[in-house]
Ligand binder design. Structure first.
Ligand code: BG6
Length: 431
């Protein structure tokens, strides 16, 4: 690419004013080279150094971020090239790594070892872009700054927790990539498990990044590997004029059993959560696009109002961020019946003059500020894999695990309702 091609490509979606765009272009440049060629790396280093010098950056103040938005097969060679030729000994270096971080415990540990030999843990930022989403960042604030939540946040009051990820698009055109990963590796072992750890962790001793990450690791360590009995797997088939998963031309294995849908129940074996099912549901090619956290509370003991549905706290991550509580109210008027209503904080209605940053926008800023809070630490990653690896290996190796089909554009496998009922979820106020 030429510099012009590059600028056009990276700015085509930028909606800011012409002025801001011009400023952005003035500080953005493109330098091409080969991953496996030392001379390319040296010339990159020279190019960056000259740019720093031009901006009056003295030796010792060099501050470099290397962002590996690359195929995982080149993570290691590129990190080596950077370390050998571009890394500044007397400055600051930060390496951002995109997922996938391996395919299971063993491959992730191997990758970790190789990167760890080149960069310190403090220099590495493993991105999980869900941690940059506004509502995910809000989980801690909600839990630990509101007395009415902090006091009822346990097995005594909470019946079950559901974390749902739904997409309307299938894997058309990227089936070749997706087939090696499946929905569990693509969004559950990382994005949804990160959300779960924020909901379930104990209160950190401070808001420092290591304090937060310590608590996330601790709670993840209380989760045993997911049992196949707690998994419902599905794959979409052609419907409504849309192709099935197996119809994708980019798919090598036309008999693939890779799940595009899964509902998984995780159990946290600690004093706070023993016996509370955490149900994660994720799928492609479904009826709606949404991501939400739904906390369903227990029935009111000895309730005077039989049939009044359970309370729920819902945090809608996307689209249109919102927090709402489903609660029961007297039906207005002469009746003494109950009616369920919402205490609703919809961001777009309430925070009208506030811009909610894109997840990546906020995470890249965190890197520049050297804040690791919203990045995945090495021990956290290892623990996350330990929860998923045994099930993933069974899915990859066993052909007798049921794989339910569902039509493109539907709610998912028909077996889903029975699956969630098994864990006590009361659908009477579901929407
Ligand atoms: C990515 C997955 O990490 O997250 C994609 O690889 C998925 O398959 C995407 O579509 C979802 O991200 P978002 O921000 O659109 O919810």
């Amino acid at each position: 690419m030429t510099q012009e091609d590059y600028l056009e490509r990276v700015t085509q979606y930028i909606k800011d004013s012409e002025d801001e765009l011009a400023q952005f272009k003035a500080i953005t440049s493109y330098h091409s080279g080969q991953y496996d060629d030392d001379a390319s790396w040296k010339s990159l280093n020279q190019y960056v150094t000259e740019n720093e010098d031009k901006r009056g950056c003295a030796p010792g103040q060099r501050n470099r971020v290397y962002y590996m938005a690359l195929p995982p097969s080149v993570f290691v060679p590129v990190s080596k090239g950077v370390k050998k030729n571009v890394y500044v000994q007397d400055g600051v270096n930060r390496l951002i790594v995109e997922k996938p971080f391996g395919m299971d415990t063993a491959s992730s540990n191997e990758l970790g070892k190789e990167l760890g030999a080149l960069f310190t843990e403090n220099e590495i930022y493993r991105i999980d872009h869900y941690l940059g989403k506004e509502m995910v960042k809000n989980v801690m604030t909600m839990r630990f700054s509101n007395i009415f939540f902090s006091q009822i946040w346990d097995r005594k009051y909470i019946d079950n927790v559901q974390i749902t990820f739904k997409e309307t698009i299938g894997t058309e055109g990227r089936g070749g990539y997706f087939d090696d990963f499946g929905i569990l590796r693509d969004v559950m072992q990382n994005h949804l498990l990160q959300v779960l750890s924020l909901i379930a962790m104990e209160r950190p001793i401070s808001t420092e990044s290591e304090a937060i990450r310590d608590e996330k690791v601790k709670v993840l360590k209380c989760i045993p590997p997911i049992s196949p009995d707690d998994a419902l797997l599905g794959q979409y088939v052609a419907a409504n004029g849309k192709p099935g998963y197996l119809d994708d031309d980019t798919l090598k294995n036309k008999k693939s059993r890779t799940p595009t849908y899964a509902a998984l129940t995780l159990w946290i074996q600690n004093e706070r959560w023993e016996g509370v099912p955490f149900i994660m549901k994720a799928g492609k090619a479904l009826d709606t696009a949404k991501v939400e956290i739904r906390i369903q509370f227990r029935n009111v003991a000895g309730s005077l109002y039989k049939g009044a549905p359970r309370n729920e706290l819902v945090m809608r991550v996307q689209p249109r961020e919102a927090v709402y509580i489903k609660f029961n109210n007297k039906q207005p008027g002469l009746s003494y019946g109950t009616i369920q209503s919402d205490l609703d904080l919809s961001y777009h209605d309430r925070f009208t003059d506030m811009k909610i940053p894109d997840a990546y926008e906020s995470l890249i800023l965190d890197v520049l500020r050297n804040d690791h809070s919203n990045f995945v630490r090495d021990d956290e990653l290892e623990t996350a894999w330990s929860i998923f690896t045994p099930l993933l290996h069974q899915i990859d190796q066993r052909t007798d695990l049921p794989l339910h089909t569902y039509p493109y554009g539907s709610r998912g496998p028909a077996e889903l309702d029975a699956f969630v009922r098994k864990y006590g979820y009361d659908r009477s106020n579901a929407n």
